[in-house]
Design a protein around this ligand. Structure first.
Ligand SMILES: [Mg+2]
Length: 216
């Protein structure tokens, strides 16, 4: 599959649209990153909703500093990002929904992640156009949703992206899922504003409903 620029994206003008994040939505990022840093001699102790602040040198009580964490993060997207487990049920749910809705993958990852990210998505059955993005996602979501009269929905694990979507594209339905069970208890959520799901078994039907495809 190929990465796509926002302006080149083919969006059917009256079809429903799903805009979907990758890490902790389609891919078990934390678990894959944990394996990667383990091979570099670090360990993860998940006790907050954070990334680098959950990484430790064995035996130490202080988490890694940001700079060291960033080096590991960049290395992961260069060498380790193929090794991510797909989130259970996500590929089947999107395959079913995509029969009548457009699907766009909107992922925040470094530019050098392009190959590993598109490769991983294709390999695991997520053969949809991908936008490699950085920063808050609301403006991109608004731009995409403006190109169809169909209903749209956005799925992400991060509250700031969901809040950004609510501010910039309020008509787009929002859903939150945090695939990593260890991370979930620490995740900032506002379920009244952004409905929260633990698995695609419930998220899939909720999306179907939100974009006007009715119940299964
Ligand atoms: Mg994510």
């Amino acid at each position: 599959m190929q990465p796509t620029a926002l302006e080149d994206l083919a969006i059917r003008p009256s079809a429903p649209l799903l805009i979907v994040d990758v890490d902790e939505v389609l891919a078990h990022f934390m678990a894959g990153f944990e394996r990667f840093i383990g091979r570099q001699g670090f360990e993860m102790r998940i006790d907050r909703f954070a990334l680098f602040q959950n990484i430790y040198r064995p035996g130490e009580g202080e988490h890694l500093d940001f700079e060291t964490g960033k080096v590991l993060f960049d290395a992961f997207f260069r060498d380790g990002a193929d090794d991510l487990d797909p989130v259970e049920g996500a590929a089947d749910a999107l395959a079913s929904l995509s029969q009548r809705a457009g699907v766009v993958i909107l992922t925040n990852a470094p530019a050098h992640a392009l190959e590993s990210r598109t490769g991983w998505l294709g390999k695991h059955g997520f053969d949809y156009p991908m936008i490699l993005h950085s920063g808050l996602k609301g403006p991109a979501i608004a731009a995409m949703a403006a190109r169809t009269t169909g209903k749209a929905a956005f799925i992400d694990d991060l509250l700031h992206n969901l809040d950004s979507a609510a501010a910039d594209a309020p008509a787009v339905a929002r859903f939150q899922i945090i695939a990593d069970q260890r991370l979930r208890p620490f995740a900032p959520t506002v379920p009244d504003k952004h409905p929260l799901h633990e698995e695609w078994a419930t998220l899939g039907p909720a999306l179907r409903n939100a974009i006007g495809l009715g119940n299964v």
